[in-house]
Design a protein around this ligand. Structure first.
Ligand code: UD1
Ligand code: UDP
Length: 400
């Protein structure tokens, strides 16, 4: 073959790669929040088959709680590493996720890997992506507390993923500024809003039409009551923190006869044990199984006050105008606090009781915290991320 022919073939190959061949995007999902936040993006990629070939790998770091989400959004994974084991250590999850993902990357040969947030799965997805020299997209990039033990181990996971990622998708300007302050190339940083708002908007429409099956048993119990919705699971609160949280909730429930506390309890045994021991059997406290996403959005929409340490719930509540008390000492989501919807109350009994009582008894404080705002996005984050993948495709190819 002469030189001219070779040159033409190369041009043709580059043209095919850039224009005709869909980008092979491997999305790695491990836990419930990653499932919720990546589902709208996977659906967006699937809806554009000429541009993307979407492949989903779940590590199964969570099982029941992740399966609920996949079922809610009708997503069928192409690979399932089925990693969950009761009470496994962080090092064990990491070792097994890296080994499992290595094989998947070898088989799929993706152009891009997408990871979300700050879990062990997300960190392992980015690390193995780097080993395979795949373009790494980090969804929900740039969140920081500045304290490497709070949240633990998530704060460090985020920092490490930022070192590995090629495309950074911070949800807000605040998280963008953090990345730029750390020296990340501005041309690789795209503010998109948080995909959790896409998920919330998709689901809110559905549950407005019909009470989801998971929520039906609650509907009559909650009628005419004021509702405090609780979620919690953070590792740094295991032990004393959870004992305090539960004691505070019990005290507030004892003091208010018109109140129902609904607490879908995270399946982590370190959460289940104190919650069931301290809150079990109280007539105004409903301890329930984790809810499907539809069930949870329905409940969140009905709740008067939210008490949580969850990242996702801190983002969803302001969009629905729900006051949130954040049972943590630090937050990487200051936008909710700045918008006036959220307050950091820590995990001391006294502070939780005081702030919750104030919200329940002072209408002015309640009104000030229940004005619906959208600090975390407008529901178009997934489309924006997919568009960036297309717009940066040539750079993606160049960087290999
Ligand atoms: C993980 C993430 C955390 C995220 C949280 C969301 C890490 C280190 N932690 O924390 O960032 O905010 O998920 O919920 O990545 N379990 C079940 N069934 C389930 C899920 C969990 O039984 O569906 C139990 C298992 O015993 C499991 C334990 O919970 O070993 C802990 O799960 P793990 O993923 O290690 O940590 P989480 O505390 O859930
Ligand atoms: N959620 C749910 N069912 C529940 C409790 C929470 O679907 O019973 C959703 C919630 O709407 C939010 C996400 O789970 O989007 C938060 O997950 P989690 O608190 O486990 O993790 P975090 O957000 O703290 O990482």
């Amino acid at each position: 073959m002469n030189q001219g022919h070779c040159f033409l073939n190369r041009i043709l190959l580059i043209f095919l790669c850039l224009v005709v061949m869909p980008q092979k995007v491997l999305t790695v999902i491990g836990t419930r929040p990653e499932g919720i936040k990546l589902a709208p993006l996977v659906l967006e990629l699937q809806s554009r088959p000429s541009e993307f070939k979407s492949i989903v790998c779940v590590t199964g770091q969570h099982r029941e709680m992740l399966d609920q989400v996949l079922e809610s959004f009708k997503i069928e994974p192409d690979f399932d590493l089925n990693l969950m084991a009761p009470n496994q250590t962080l090092a064990q999850i990491t070792a097994r996720a890296v080994a499992g993902l290595d094989k998947v990357f070898g088989e799929v040969l993706p152009d891009v890997v997408l990871v979300q947030g700050d879990t062990t799965t997300a960190f392992c997805g980015a690390l193995v992506g780097h080993y395979h020299q795949v373009t790494i997209g980090h969804v929900e990039a740039g969140l920081r507390t500045g304290n490497k033990f709070s949240p633990f181990p998530e704060e460090l996971n985020r920092r490490l993923i930022s070192q590995l990622a090629d495309l950074h998708f911070p949800p807000t300007k605040c998280s963008q500024d953090i990345l730029l302050g750390e020296g990340v190339n501005p041309a690789k940083v795209f503010v998109t809003g948080n995909t959790v708002i896409d998920a919330l908007m998709l689901t809110r429409e559905k549950v407005a039409v019909e009470v989801p099956a998971a929520a039906k048993p609650l509907d009559s119990i909650l009628s005419g009551k004021r509702i405090v919705l609780v979620t919690g699971h953070r590792r740094e609160s295991h032990g004393k923190g959870f004992e305090n949280i539960c004691t505070a909730i019990r005290q507030v429930a004892d003091a208010h006869e018109d109140l129902v506390v609904v607490y879908p309890v995270h399946l982590n045994p370190k959460v289940q044990e104190p919650v069931n021991r301290i809150l079990g059997g109280h007539k105004r406290i409903c301890l329930i199984q984790p809810l499907s996403y539809q069930g949870f959005v329905w409940l969140l929409n009905k709740a008067d006050v939210v008490l949580t340490d969850s990242g996702g719930v801190q983002e969803e509540a302001p969009s629905l105008g729900k006051p949130v008390l954040v049972m943590r000492e630090t937050t990487e989501r200051p936008e909710g606090v700045a918008a006036g919807n959220a307050k950091l109350v820590g995990t001391s009994i006294e502070k939780i009781v005081d702030h919750l009582t104030e919200l329940l008894s002072n209408p002015a404080v309640y009104a000030a915290m229940s004005d619906a705002k959208n600090p975390y996005g407008d529901g178009t984050a997934s489309k924006q991320i997919a568009d960036v993948l297309i717009a940066t495709k040539s750079q993606v190819m160049d960087s290999k």
